[in-house]
Design a protein around this ligand. Sequence first.
Ligand SMILES: Nc1ncnc2c1ncn2[C@@H]1O[C@H](COP(=O)(O)OP(=O)(O)OP(=O)(O)O)[C@@H](O)[C@H]1O
Length: 301
Amino acid sequence: MKAIETRFLNKTYGSTPVVDGINLIVEEGEIFGFLGRNGAGKSTFINMLTGITLPTSGSFSLLGVDGPSERIKKHIGVMPDYSTLFNSMSAMKHLKFLSSLSGRSVSVAECQHVLKLVGLEEAGKKKVSKFSFGMKKKLGIAQAIIHDPSLIFLDEPTSGLDAESALHIHKLIVSLQQQGKTVFMTSHNLDEVEKICSTIAIMKDGGIIKSGTMDELRSYYRSAITVQLKHDPIPAGEAQKLYAWLETAGTELQKTPAFTTITVGSELKIAEIIRAFTNCHVNIFRVEVNEPSLEEMFLAE
Ligand SMILES: Nc1ncnc2c1ncn2[C@@H]1O[C@H](COP(=O)(O)OP(=O)(O)OP(=O)(O)O)[C@@H](O)[C@H]1O
């Protein structure tokens, strides 16, 4: 079963399409990273799927059920905007109250367990008004998972968290996936997405410009492997011939007496370059290969 399927999903404000006919499939059990610069339309897309706003046109289904649907509500977890938390309630009361709204009442022990999962075990009795920004964020994640949903939407789950808390939340998200749940998350932290997401989509101006598994995206962008060699000086009689060949082997050739850096389109070229140096009797001491990170792929768009 597909966790999420959208068909030509569109949201237009005035005459501007903010989400412009998106067709997207998220398979069950994935941690799906949804990326895009500020204003790309990510929150609007999620808000349609979670019933906060209605699509202008197009359709979608969640866990095989056409949406928006009350029937699916208890199987979906949504991390709220922290400003919509109830300040006068304790964290514990908050979870009990909101889980009852989603159609499943939970015990105190279950609330304590989830507060522990998000790192708020000491703060169950504390009023939300006394929470720091990071604590509210964690409570939002607790709220999204308290009723044990199968599909969880997390809009920037770790923004504003310290490094240790962010790591804690990464582990929690991975453990949710290991329990068979699907997590659909947005993030501006590309390192985080690269580490924990199995599939990503990049959104721009209301549309999806690229999507796939991390491996698929890497192979798509693999046209940009940078190879740096540290080597002995190239003998004067060999240099002209070797550099002429390197110009044909790749692009962005940079040369100093001890280093050569070149960008190539395929891993096979790396072996050819090493052979070309050794054929000219030049010793190589180090080879560094840099593949594009998700950040570089993202910036390329
Ligand atoms: N209720 C609204 N009325 C009019 N325009 C809106 C409304 N909500 C969002 N927009 C516009 O839609 C565009 C997309 O906004 P959205 O919040 O979906 O982007 P985003 O990708 O989530 O951005 P960010 O990363 O900053 O959270 C923006 O230009 C925003 O100004």
